[in-house]
Design a protein. Structure first.
Length: 160
């Protein structure tokens, strides 16, 4: 997808162009929906582009809105299952990043605790966190986010 190529270049001009293209095919917020408005790949690109733009509240809301319907289709397996775990990861990732924007330390701690609880909840239902690729994403996230890792370890130790 052209938008993905623009987004992954990470240059400000290309990120801006990616937003323009995505808005054109999905439709402007509050305006008429475009052909890609209900396309899962386009919606996921929209969320990932929001990450690049640092729009954490909007990204989190988008991922939450995608997790629920995909969760209902998990039994289908295959690509839907893979997408569910990718979307779930991005929901957690945007939650962590959103939490890091909070001014008060208590709010940041609470956000990390909530994200850690979500990971543990997923892990309780899916011990492999959705497979190798998904588990690698979560492992990398925990390794790169010390506050999240600390809350995750703390909560995991309490469950034992």
């Amino acid at each position: 997808m052209y938008v993905r190529e623009l987004r992954t270049s990470k240059t400000p001009d290309n990120v801006k162009k990616a937003r323009e293209v995505l808005t054109e095919i999905m439709g402007a917020p509050g305006g008429k929906a475009g052909w890609a408005a209900k396309d899962l790949t386009a919606q996921m690109e929209n969320g990932l582009l929001m990450h690049e733009e640092g729009r954490w509240p909007e990204a989190f809301a988008l991922w939450v809105g995608l997790v629920k319907p995909l969760g209902k289709m998990l039994e289908k397996g295959g690509a839907i299952r893979d997408r569910y775990f990718e979307v779930y990861y991005n929901m957690i990732y945007s939650s962590v990043k959103l939490g890091q924007t909070k001014v008060a330390q208590g709010e940041r701690d609470k956000a990390m605790e909530n994200a850690a609880r979500q990971i543990l909840s997923l892990e309780a239902s899916w011990p492999d966190l959705g497979g190798e690729a998904s588990k690698a994403r979560f492992t990398e996230l925990l390794a790169s986010e010390a506050g999240l890792k600390a809350k995750y370890d703390e909560l995991k130790a309490k469950k034992k």
